[in-house]
Design a binder for this molecule. Structure first.
Ligand SMILES: Cc1ncc(COP(=O)(O)O)c(C=O)c1O
Length: 418
């Protein structure tokens, strides 16, 4: 085709294909539990009232011209204060870049650091790192993780690949698993990066960490969010953080994200994001800035929001564990953060009542969509092989009721497989 090599190699999202299948069934009037998209039903999970009012107010106040390329000053100042207060992190407003959600900032990080052929290490399963590698012509180094460590990478997993790598892309709480780094695991990885950078010459590109903590405020129970610079301050020049309001304020359509890190990298990212024109809308920036100065309202919102998400995750988790106890070949990992449950559905190789053998995780998934009226996402959409029988279940788009009604349908559908 007479289009670019890059365009020819890009792949669409597998999740969106699955969601398309589900929407088709919905159009036909089927009641279906859609646990596919990492998004929220905004009637179940609305954004904070104060944020909504602030956005309307900013439009009324005609805050509708171009924002500065780095984001409005008051938002960067308030993010700076927020980082200090919530995480104890010291970043001034020049080390913070605002964009239209966190995706442009991930793209900006890759574009600012990666030359074609540079090695990028990322764990699988993980969200979209493969696509950003292809955008930049990076040499992809996927590191396979295991259920035994909650699908989080360890220093031992990463160590063999660090020589000459440019970027290590990490995320916690992790999409797709809803699991998080244990302190010791992240410390050991940080120590490897410090050691690796000590071994490099002054004119060599260092090894950077991109740390995506977009779900950092969505953690449950005693699970604590750790980050590299808090654990190892000497890493500060080599970590680019990805953050924003999309997930923690259920504000996926509001489009306000921020990155923070060393000024010389953030400054280049500003140019990249600016040329793409991927700014966050100015009224949304102004309103977010204001909301960040309302800690009481923010905490009340987070408490209620997290309780609701956790109830859905727990219902799903308990449902799976009960099925396991009843002899079904399923399992789940206790949810720690984000909006995801890691679910095992070990039915590859089984035969449907129509006599079809389910050859891989995608076929198991489509069987569940058809028979159980439920949609989850195989880990193959997050970079694993399609023989892996683990799946992501995202609870943001479903009510608790939908989830509770789905479990018996799943039991019935699985019991028909031989
Ligand atoms: C780990 C992770 N980072 C970033 C994003 C993108 O967030 P945004 O909507 O702010 O672009 C997502 C969205 O699913 C995500 O799961």
């Amino acid at each position: 085709m007479n289009i670019s090599r890059l365009a020819n190699t890009l792949e669409g999202s597998e999740i969106i294909k699955i969601a398309g299948e589900i929407n088709e069934l919905k159009r036909k009037g089927e009641q279906i539990a859609n646990l596919t998209i990492g998004d929220f039903d905004s009637n179940i999970y609305p954004i904070p009232d104060e944020l909504k009012a602030g956005i309307v107010e900013a439009y009324k106040d005609n805050q509708t011209n171009y924002p500065p390329a780095e984001g409005v000053a008051v938002l960067r100042d308030n993010v700076s204060a927020f980082l200090k207060e919530r995480f104890g992190l010291d970043y001034n407003s020049k080390q913070i870049l605002v964009a239209g959600g966190s995706r442009p900032l991930i793209y900006g990080t890759f574009m600012a650091l990666i030359d074609p052929g540079d090695k990028v290490i990322y764990p699988t399963p993980s969200w979209n790192n493969n696509h950003y590698c292809r955008f930049t012509g990076a040499k992809e180094v996927p590191v396979i993780t295991s259920a035994g460590n909650n699908f989080m990478p360890t220093a031992d997993d990463i160590k063999p690949h660090l020589k000459a790598a440019t970027l290590l892309a990490l995320c916690s709480p992790l999409n797709p698993t809803g699991t998080m780094f244990a302190k010791k695991d992240l410390e050991e990885i940080c120590d490897l990066v410090i050691e690796e950078n000590k071994s490099r010459a002054a004119d060599e590109k260092p090894l950077y960490i991109m740390y995506d903590q977009i779900y950092s405020l969505l953690t449950f129970g005693e699970h604590f969010h750790y980050d590299p610079v808090s654990l190892r301050p000497e890493l500060k020049d080599h970590v680019i953080y990805i953050d924003g309001i999309s997930k923690c304020l259920a504000a996926t359509g509001v489009r306000v994200g921020w990155a923070f890190g060393p000024e010389h990298v953030i400054d280049k990212m500003k140019t990249i994001v600016g040329h793409v024109g991927a700014w966050a809308p100015k009224p949304e920036q102004v309103a977010t800035a204001k909301f960040l100065t309302q800690p009481v309202e923010l905490n009340v919102y987070l408490t209620n929001f997290k309780a609701k998400v956790q109830m859905s995750l727990d219902a799903l988790y308990q449902g799976m564990i009960q099925m396991k106890a009843d002899g079904f070949a399923v399992d789940a990992i206790n949810p720690m953060g984000a909006i995801y449950l890691t679910v095992k559905v070990d039915y590859i190789g089984k035969t449907t009542p129509e006599g079809e053998v389910l050859k891989n995780s995608a076929e198991v998934n489509f069987y569940l969509i058809k028979e159980a009226k439920m949609g989850i996402v195989p880990f193959s959409a997050f970079g694993t092989d399609n023989s892996v029988n683990w799946f992501r279940a995202s609870v943001g788009g479903c009510s608790l009721d939908d989830i509770q009604q789905m479990i018996p349908r799943m039991r019935l559908a699985l019991s028909k497989l031989k």
